[in-house]
Design a protein around this ligand. Sequence first.
Ligand code: PEP
Ligand code: MG
Length: 584
Amino acid sequence: MTLELQGIGVSRGIAIGKAHILFHNQPDVREYLIPAFAIEEEIERFLDALTEAKKQLKAIRNQIPANAPTDVSAFIDTHLLMLNDSSLSKVPVDMIRSRHCNAEWALQLQRDALINVFNEMDDPYLRTRRDDVDHVVNRIHRILSDQDVADHEIPDGRLKGHIIIAEDLTPADTLLMQHQGIAAFVTEHGGATSHTTILARSLGIPAIVGVGSVRRYIQDNELLIVDGENGMLLAGTDEITEAEYRIRRITFDKHIASLSKYKSQPTKTRNGKTITLLANAELPEDISAISNIGAQGIGLYRTEFLYMNRSAPPEEEEQLAAYRDVVEGMNNQPVTIRTFDLGADKTVDGGRTSSQTATNPALGLRAIRLCLKFPAMFRTQLRAILRASAFGKIKIMFPMISSTQELVQAKHLLELCKQELDNEELEYDRHIQIGAMIEIPASAVCAEMFAKQVDFLSIGTNDLIQYTLAIDRIDDNVNYLYDPLHPAVLKLINMTLEAGKKYNIPVSMCGEMAGDPRYTRLLLAMGLEYFSMHPNALLVVKQIINETDLTLLPSNTLQIMDMTDTSDAQILLEQINSNKFIAS
Ligand code: PEP
Ligand code: MG
């Protein structure tokens, strides 16, 4: 009998292979007292474990092939940085000394303290750092307990072609297993924005996350089918189903290979409408992948990553260097830098301390509200962005704008920074463009009000959907309500596009919806001309655009905005996406 398990498909592709189940459970850590005379020895044991962990990670990094995506080494570097950070290298040592406890216990206490800080964060990108803490701590625990290397680290090639079933995976695990030729992985935990997920996409490994208790249902060596696009794991399938998926896999592989031809093609619909395809970036290291894929610029550079894992926000010079690298790496193509969209005030200091915990952080002090609350920190960033604009085409984008007052204040601070730079005779682009993100329903309804005051708007659908439908985007319990086709969401997008048209300013979309090929044609029909997305989605979306004749779409396409029944909207979306509307 076929067993179908549904999870979140986070990396596309079909894999068929035997299961290999990983059972590396959380370490069983207990406290025991260390006598005073043995404290220094215990500290040495802990420090030796840290050194060994660094050695292991460096060895992994050395195995990364030169042509691997830059994300790959960035993940390992993040873990190395964490090992060097005093929160992991010093605080446990202090605890061993003050509590007279064993190294494992001190490490576990510090792990719990760090995890608590991350658990309080409302920003999913920052929350994924929680996984990093666990991955690094588990590695040290393994070394402290003299455990053999985890079974997926045995480089004997026995995982080749296997589908890995795990509770969770670290980016380092994923990388090692990719070297061994794994076919796919399925995990119980993880989300669409975790580092392991991003890595799987970069490496092209089909992957499903969030399949609760999967290790209980699957047996080692059982034949499995992974459909990474639809998030479906199949076990116990009959020969017919298996054959069907083998055909689907061949078709998918051919499809991916065929996409490379789009890299150098202009982005234009069959009926001659030119579309701009931009990429979203988080780190300066993302830039080479972005320019290789043929993006026409960066539509969203999420600067908050620069503020993470540190005890103080980055200084102007450091930010300038980072932004300059990005803009120079993009060879004169435009880069839209979004001012820091950190969560509530707890992340002002990089998340090390939680001075205040907002009851409802998603509605609290985040994004532009935080920028304006801490003008000195905001001005440091604005100065750095302005100065970087002397080296290439930069635009500034303010996140989560909800009122014109916020926009006026942000622009005022920007003017002050310009004056300062003039006084200091420092170069910057005097005509730098300013944009506002439309992520709050109120702002979409009043998009015209903002359109009058900025050079461009950008729709952040991740938050727009969260706030419109009142669903916390990081709460697993309500994720099923997340629906880009909800008529309220579509109407708000439409209002924003209309405002842009009326005031003759470009409107882009940089939320996940822009990179989801299911919505490409609908968004084109609604009039979206600027799409910004994860670089791996770019060629798929470009293919759809280049093969669509908008004049052939169903005449009732835009009626989807009035469809109150979800299934009616889905049926219409399928018609819109049907191949009969692909011009031959
Ligand atoms: C969004 O909200 O759609 C967006 C692009 O911003 P972020 O995902 O960084 O909140
Ligand atoms: Mg947002």
